[in-house]
Write a protein that binds this ligand. Structure first.
Ligand SMILES: [Zn+2]
Length: 311
């Protein structure tokens, strides 16, 4: 695999971000590990300035081996949504992971395939994907020189992989917005209790099913509504109905309710009925809604056919 150079990217990374990364590396000598990189960017005439402002940890359900690493995406998304409510400008820039445990000095074929797919996915907001790779462990007392890293950029619609040169990466003194302990490093940590987002094992399955089978329906989060999904549901007759799926997480086990927006006459009765139902998961809510709508449409068409036959 050939890695290209580019003059069109500049990267700013706080020392605190590298410390986060290296601290995590210290904890995983045998297995790969990593996390998400968040921050902001400006794009001007094809040139991109990237500022890293946070690192999201791998999460409690992350899976690690000497040659593979899978992040706990559900946990990370919850963290991201939480950060997003206070920092609207924040973007998912990419991720970081380690290869020093297996000696591979570059991104693997699997990494490259995944990042190309991610950068070209419509759910990925930024026109690039950033990947930090830890390639070697040094015997150094300097906390910033404990490991060697490489920086890669994938750009949307571009087959090439760019490796940044040292002079394109500026290491700065700046605070991180995540993890929370990094912003309170000089304060009393006990006075800032950490609010862990409650783990919801259902949400991983929900996200899988919804993103696979209900492509238009996307997750959102707002201070007022909390977590919700919204988007068009495609029905049997080719029509679409807009659904809003709301999570009520007040109880120990969250429940889900469905609203059909501006339902056509044929689905009005159904819309009223389904709004009263509490579903145990988002996927159950969507599947039931889809089936019920299709049944209602089918029955209506059946009626029309009977009319046709009698004529
Ligand atoms: Zn890798």
């Amino acid at each position: 695999m050939k890695f290209h150079t580019t003059d069109k990217v500049r990267l700013t990374i706080p020392k605190a971000a590298l410390i986060e990364v290296f601290d995590e590396c210290d904890g995983f000598d045998q297995d790969e590990t990593g996390g998400r990189v968040i921050g902001t960017f400006e794009e001007h005439r094809g040139k991109i300035n990237i500022q890293i402002t946070g690192i999201i940890e791998a999460g409690p359900q992350a899976r690690r081996s000497a040659v593979s690493f899978f992040q706990d995406g559900e946990y990370q998304e919850q963290v991201f949504r939480k950060i997003e409510t206070e920092h609207r400008e924040i973007e998912h820039l990419g991720n970081w992971h380690t290869h020093h445990v297996n000696g591979l000095q570059h991104l693997s074929g699997g990494d490259i395939e995944t990042y190309h797919r991610t950068v070209n996915h419509r759910n990925h907001n930024a026109p690039f994907f950033y990947a930090l790779l830890v390639t070697a462990k040094h015997r150094s007392a300097d906390p910033l020189n404990r490991y060697a890293v490489k920086h890669y950029i994938f750009r949307r619609g571009d087959e090439r992989i760019y490796e940044l040169r040292r002079d394109q990466v500026e290491i700065v003194d700046a605070p991180l917005i995540w993890p929370e302990r990094a912003q309170h490093s000089h304060g009393n940590r006990d006075s800032h209790p950490k609010h862990e987002p409650r783990a919801n094992p259902n949400r991983a399955y929900d996200n899988d099913i919804v993103s696979e089978f209900y492509r238009g329906v996307r997750p959102f989060s707002s201070a007022k509504l909390g977590v919700y999904w919204r988007g068009p549901l495609e029905l049997l007759d080719g029509s679409k109905i807009e659904v809003v799926l709301l999570e009520d997480s007040a109880a120990a086990n969250p429940t889900y309710s469905v609203t059909l927006r501006e339902p056509p006459a044929a689905l009005k009765g159904l819309a009223d009925e389904i709004a009263k139902v509490e579903f145990p998961s988002a996927r159950a809510a969507l599947i039931t809604t889809e089936r019920s709508c299709n049944r209602a449409l089918y029955r209506r068409h059946g009626d029309m056919h009977r009319v046709d036959f009698s004529a």
